[in-house]
Design a protein around this ligand. Structure first.
Ligand code: G1P
Length: 291
């Protein structure tokens, strides 16, 4: 069995939910306290043992490439001022094996993944979506890789969501629960069903481990929900020729793709950040007393 070494991070979305901030700036560069959201995603991949990462980006995304590049002027300035800690922060994002593909005409998540076919080749790989930030003792991507090493099959991360929210997600129709710690065989994968049609409350949450056969399915996949090529539809077809498992995530998930989720995440991370936690706690208490 080939090891899982490569990751795709799709980042070609227009970020319309964060306009006007995202008119000229990639939404993936919006910070959680002081770190761009995409850096959290890249760090999860690296902490899971991934060696090569391709970011599929689009227009107005140059800032992502610059963020992971060196910045000699800034680095020299920090060196001269002996700001070693800051220098470390600036330099640690540059020694990662990152590659970029620019998607000229974004046509859905499935289409974004398909553009990385040549980069991935004939290997299993992971996909990490930037709108979902995960925290757990073992990174979620590593949990999926561990599952793959047991089963040799594709595995998606799922999580229970409130029933009225299922239409925002891909949802699974579970067949059997194979292990007590939440590994499922799946009958069907459905993209954004209406709550009344949803086969379960187990939603796909933006981490996928896929075998390379997914590319053959993506090439055959017709536009689905929103008239876009949906990764969920290709996965549903893949499940007819190989098993695709679902792994239930039990850690913390932050939805940083919505305004409210983004604000909540900033507050929670701000309450943990050494430079902000004390002042922020005092401020929130004072503010709450006035609400
Ligand atoms: C995408 C997928 C969906 C998945 C979701 C997770 O939707 O198409 O199946 O549940 O990510 O965040 P999007 O949120 O990009 O519309």
């Amino acid at each position: 069995m080939k090891p899982v070494r490569k990751a795709i991070i799709p980042a070609a979305g227009l970020g319309t939910r964060f306009l006007p901030a995202t008119k000229a700036l990639a939404k993936e560069m919006l910070p959680i306290v002081d770190k761009p959201t995409i850096q959290f995603i890249v760090e999860e991949a690296i902490a899971s043992g991934i060696e090569d990462i391709v970011i599929v980006d689009g227009k107005s995304k140059r800032s992502i490439e610059d963020h992971f590049d060196s910045n000699p002027e800034l680095e020299n300035n920090l060196k001269e001022k002996n700001k070693d800690e800051m220098l470390k922060l600036v330099q640690e994002t540059t020694d990662i094996n990152l590659y970029f593909i620019r998607q000229s005409h974004p046509n859905g998540l499935g289409d974004a993944v398909l553009t990385a076919k040549a980069f991935i080749g004939d290997e299993p790989f992971v996909v990490l979506l930037g709108d979902d930030l995960m925290q757990d003792k073992t990174p979620l991507t590593k949990q999926l890789i561990d599952r793959y090493n047991e089963t040799g099959e594709s595995t998606l991360a799922v999580m229970r969501v409130p029933h009225e929210q299922v239409s925002e997600y891909g949802v699974i129709d579970p067949a059997t629960q194979i292990t007590e710690d939440g590994l499922y065989r799946v009958k069907n994968f459905v993209e954004k069903p209406k709550p009344e049609d949803a086969p379960s409350d187990l939603a796909i949450i933006g981490r996928y481990l896929l075998t390379p056969e997914i590319f053959e399915e993506l090439e055959k996949t017709k536009p689905g929900k929103g008239n876009e090529i949906q990764l969920t539809d290709a996965i549903d077809s893949l499940n007819n020729r190989q098993h695709v498992y679902a792994h239930e995530f039990k850690g913390d998930r932050y939805d940083i793709g919505s305004k409210i989720g983004f604000l909540e995440t900033n507050i929670e991370f701000g309450l943990k950040h050494p430079q902000t936690k004390d002042k922020l706690r005092a401020y929130i208490k004072e503010l709450a007393s006035k609400l």
